[in-house]
Design a binder for this molecule. Sequence first.
Ligand code: HEM
Length: 124
Amino acid sequence: MADPCEYLNLLSLPYQIILYMEYLHSSLRYLILVFLVGSIFISFTKWRGNKPFTKGDKMTYLMTLIFCHVQLIVGLILFIMKDYQKNFSQMGTIMKVPVLRFFTIEHTLMMLLAIIFIYWLFNC
Ligand code: HEM
């Protein structure tokens, strides 16, 4: 019987890179969530209390932006390494398969818009 590792090429370098990129992409969401909620909380309390921003506040905004940008870059690398771009030539089929439609169109587009929106809000 063929070795399953060899068959799936699980030990190949590109596969290992994709795996670690996926771990990174998957974990970064929590960091983004924590810093985003923190940034929204800061802006709300400072706005309500009419208080000036401190260096710490701006640092929280900056960390939110940095993690979003790292997420964007890792997402783009994953998108290309997992060959999602080849789906653009067969859109009719892709739209009928929910998971393919999600990662090719919905996730990518919505997350891009979200990152642009976050950048617009917290870039100061
Ligand atoms: C704030 C922004 C984003 C968040 C929170 C996010 C979150 C996630 C999560 C939770 C997954 C599933 C990971 C897993 O399977 O364990 C994922 C997968 C993925 N994301 Fe994102 N993502 C973001 C932005 C992006 C962007 C901008 C792109 C592309 C340009 C992208 C491309 C991908 C790809 C290609 C996958 C892998 C799908 C697969 O398993 O085949 N992501 N993302």
